[in-house]
Design a protein around this ligand. Structure first.
Ligand code: PHE
Length: 452
């Protein structure tokens, strides 16, 4: 039987663009500000950055190693590297996580499309925060309109995934991500020069640990995982498309750095404006959809800024959703022997069904609660705080204790040899520090404060 050449990235820049494209998304610009706002600001940010360094980068490297060494999807990878064992459960969890994440993520991604339309129609002009809040609530509590945008977004996602990894995924990220960064910086400048802005900067950068609960610590860890796209196999899948001459350590460091810079800049963009405009930082998932139109109105050329920004935000969301859907699609192609077209259709279709419930939880289903949360809130919570956190834990345990040091070090040294003390330190973190840290946070949150 002829072996079909696997699709892959063209080189180091392509990998970084695709992995950073996966990492940078609504997690940075929508989720990061809202969870930081709900958890008191500064102390949360500090912990978040700590988790990115101590847990995020090692887990990201582990995923790349598992993917590239096995040349397989997130599920097949474990069966190939450790045949006869049950570690494939990690891959299975990743596939479930893909459903959980994409169902609510596509709701928010749909909102960004609506806001492109709103920006285009000049609908923000002259509105104060109360009116912008009412507009947001009005739109999200509807049925057909938010559903329409969500489905359109799922179609875009499926379209890119269908086109294949290299052609579909690499192309867009390379050009559009730098533009997004420049836009964010410009908006930051406006935000920090608004009257009363320094209160927002203090909120973001002055740590006050008394505001942090165990659940807050877990949320910081979950957000770090969510934002880096780790813990569910997206980067195992992408790792399997990475060429042997790509250095994994520097790739992981660069992706994590880019992602963290964009998250922090999003904070600098949002919090000063929140304080200046008199909004509540703990307003929840609607936060940036009200704050951003508020800032645009105070900007010269705000009308155009709003359009371009929401377009880029949709693209940033798209480069993330394709990496989530690709986990499911690569699994269906390689393990269930489907064609890419059929796999994409089945994967995206099944996810969309749960997605409908998430979107409707702001309207017709708003009183339908499980564990006191709407379907949307439950998926949002479960994704980061349970699935990705637990997934990250299992991945470091697998890498540190099953895959073993020699395999790991051999793989990260493929492209360029890294100093021995550095690789030993990374292995030590993966084997001991990361699992203990994740375990301690999870135990603290569940045993002291319960599930929510
Ligand atoms: N990291 C993406 C974001 O911040 C979301 C994501 C999570 C993507 C998990 C893939 C896997 O928007």
């Amino acid at each position: 039987m002829a072996i079909k050449q696997r699709d892959g990235f063209s080189g180091k820049f392509g990998v970084i663009a695709a992995a950073a494209g996966s990492a940078v998304g609504l997690g940075n610009i929508w989720r990061f500000p809202y969870v930081t706002g709900e958890n008191g600001g500064g102390a949360f940010l500090l912990l978040y950055v700590f988790f990115i360094i101590v847990i995020g980068v090692p887990v990201m490297m582990s995923e790349f190693v598992i993917g590239r060494r096995s040349q397989s999807n997130a599920f097949g990878a474990f069966r190939k590297l450790s045949p006869g064992s049950a570690w494939w459960i990690i891959g299975l969890m990743g596939i479930v996580a893909a459903f959980v994440i994409l169902s609510f993520y596509s709701t928010v991604a749909g909102w960004t499309l609506e806001y492109v339309y709103q920006a285009f129609s000049g609908n923000f002009a002259g509105k104060n925060i109360t009116q912008l809040n009412a507009d947001f609530a009005n739109f999200t509590s509807g049925s057909w309109r938010p559903l329409f945008w969500q489905m359109l977004f799922m179609i875009f996602t499926a379209g890119v995934v269908f086109a294949g990894v290299q052609k579909g995924i690499e192309k867009y990220t390379k050009i559009l991500m730098p533009v997004l960064l420049v836009m964010i910086i410009a908006i930051c400048v406006r935000s920090v020069t608004l009257p009363g802005a320094e209160k927002g900067l203090r909120f973001l950068f002055e740590p006050d640990f008394s505001k942090l609960s165990f659940q807050g610590v877990l949320t910081a860890l979950g957000q770090a995982a969510f934002s880096l796209s780790i813990g569910m196999g997206a980067l195992i899948t992408y790792g399997s498309y990475v060429r042997k001459d790509t250095p994994l350590l520097s790739t992981a460091v660069q992706v994590a750095t880019t992602d963290t810079i964009i998250a922090i800049l999003s904070g600098v963009m949002i919090f000063p404006a929140i304080m200046a405009l008199g909004q509540d930082p703990a307003a929840g998932p609607g936060l940036v959809f009200v704050t951003l139109p508020g800032i645009f109105q105070a900007m010269p050329g705000g009308f155009y800024f709003a359009i371009v920004f929401f377009v880029l935000l949709s693209v940033a969301a798209l480069t993330s959703t394709i990496s989530v859907l690709e986990v499911v699609v690569a699994f269906l192609i390689e393990e269930r022997k489907m064609s890419r077209g059929k796999a994409t259709l089945i994967g995206a279709g099944a996810i969309s069904i749960i997605g409908v419930a998430c979107t409707l939880s702001f309207g017709p289903l708003k009183d339908f609660k499980i564990f006191d949360k709407t379907v949307f809130d439950l998926m949002d919570y479960l994704s980061a705080n349970i699935f990705l956190t637990f997934g990250a834990l299992l991945i470091v345990i697998y890498t540190g204790w099953k895959l073993g040091k020699s395999n790991f070090v051999d793989e990260i040294n493929q492209a360029a040899k890294i100093p021995k003390f550095l690789s030993s330190t990374i292995v030590f973190i993966i084997k001991y520090i990361a699992p203990l840290a994740i375990g301690a946070v999870a135990i603290g949150a569940f045993f002291f404060e319960g599930l929510t």
